[in-house]
Design a protein around this ligand. Structure first.
Ligand SMILES: [Zn+2]
Length: 243
């Protein structure tokens, strides 16, 4: 079954107009508009398994070195592939992995931290506007206890997915959320960085932090303020409940 540039391969009956598929198609325009990406017509193959056993067996046979995960995105020089299986979090899994595929169809060498930050942002249902409460709570508590300070330079130095901790995923999400939603200028900085990465595919050392720092020496404080302002409505709610 093909819809737009998504080609679905399933081992069970899957309706052509399933709302999950409709949501993924809407996501694509949302991602392209938010990040200022030029649409690509490259096909994305989505392999969706009905149950976990068949999914695991398939992954172990084809990619024995892969860690045990619920879903994957893979890019070869010729193909974009997503593997997932039906489970209670399949919608989130597909939004996350298909976001990787959409971004890679335009920018094959997108930096690791940004790739994950963007996927964590867009894995949320559109109504949440990218808000990832688990990441937010994690960052706020690590920051309050003095165990974490934002450091984009460090995130940009990470090269392997295995090097990224849960907190690194959370910080990557926060940078993306901040850049998209803080104001038009920060969103514009992210968009022009992505465009540069798209047209300058060979320059793997192109980094975002020097551009942000040059633009505004107070960027780190603004990021922390952004995090705290996102967290404050939840604090108010918990205080009210306690009363
Ligand atoms: Zn990912």
């Amino acid at each position: 079954m093909t819809r737009d540039n998504l080609v679905f391969h399933t081992n069970f009956y899957f309706p052509r107009r399933h709302r999950l598929v409709e949501e993924l198609l809407t996501k694509r325009s949302e991602i392209e508009a938010t990040l200022g990406l030029t649409p690509s017509d490259e096909l994305i193959h989505v392999f969706l398994f009905q149950d976990q056993d068949k999914f695991r067996r398939f992954v172990q046979q084809r990619h024995p070195s892969f860690p045990d995960r619920r879903a994957f995105f893979l890019q070869s020089s010729t193909t974009l592939l997503v593997y997932a299986h039906w489970n209670s979090r399949v919608a989130e899994d597909l939004r996350h992995e298909v976001t990787h595929a959409y971004v890679h169809s335009v920018i094959p060498n997108v930096p690791l931290w940004l790739d994950e930050g963007i996927a964590e942002y867009f894995e949320r249902p559109s109504a949440d506007r990218g808000l990832h409460r688990n990441h937010l709570e994690h960052l706020v508590s690590e920051h309050e206890s003095g165990r974490w300070q934002p450091d984009l330079e460090r995130l940009e130095s990470l090269q392997q997915a295995g090097e990224m901790s849960q907190l690194d995923y959370a910080e990557s999400w926060l940078w993306v959320h901040f850049l998209i939603q803080h104001n038009d200028r920060t969103q514009g900085l992210l968009q022009s960085y992505l465009q540069q990465s798209q047209y300058d595919q060979l320059n793997k050392d192109l980094e975002l932090w020097p551009l942000l720092d040059q633009h505004d020496a107070n960027m780190l404080n603004k990021l922390v303020d952004h995090m705290q302002s996102l967290a404050s409505p939840y604090k108010l709610t918990s205080v009210q409940t306690a009363e």
